[in-house]
Design a binder for this molecule. Sequence first.
Ligand SMILES: [Ca+2]
Length: 226
Amino acid sequence: MFFGTVFSLTAVAQQTVKLNIPVTAPWTDIGIDILPGQRLQISTHDPSQRVQFGLGGTFDIRTCNADGIGDEGVGTGLDGTQPIGPEGTLPGTILASLIGKIGGTTAIGTGTPVPEGKPGKGAGFVGTSYNQVVPVGGRLFLGFNDAANTFFDNAGSFSETITVQSGLPDIKVIDATTSDFTSISLKYSVADSDSPAFIFRAYISSDEMFDPSDLPTRSTRCPRYC
Ligand SMILES: [Ca+2]
């Protein structure tokens, strides 16, 4: 009886890029094409990082972070709950926040906003931290939710890490047994899932034997399996 070493198939494809997203343009092409069902994760390196999104007020410049929090010195400021009006890059989504869309071009009004990152923030809201499965495929764009005609008085960028993962589960072999070296049983579990473990049993012809150190290669050459 052979008890194999636990190993992971880890079939999760992952792509990560680090980029600065300028707030001087409505949209920036990230250079990543997303497939429907993939998980999109975006995080701001420093959530307290500010950009300039306007002039005026007590401090002459108006600043905010990626959640749209800031603008001290102008009225009551921004607390990350104020939606932008129809003049915005994404109307109805939080004013002066980091936003995202799939497909289209860098032009306003194209593409599909990514699913709302936090309840009540509006479609396309990314903010300082985002983690959602996207239902549509296409080129990823990140942008800034300012009024379309007031990007001229902006300055700065948000430093972001962007990760795209396939929707495939992380499958691990939790047990491997063989009684006569002509068949092998592999017991799998799916990480982060309530699914029960399942068993894969493979056979080889009688003139071959499984080499336990060569299981992944041999198991793919099996003439039949169940
Ligand atoms: Ca502005």
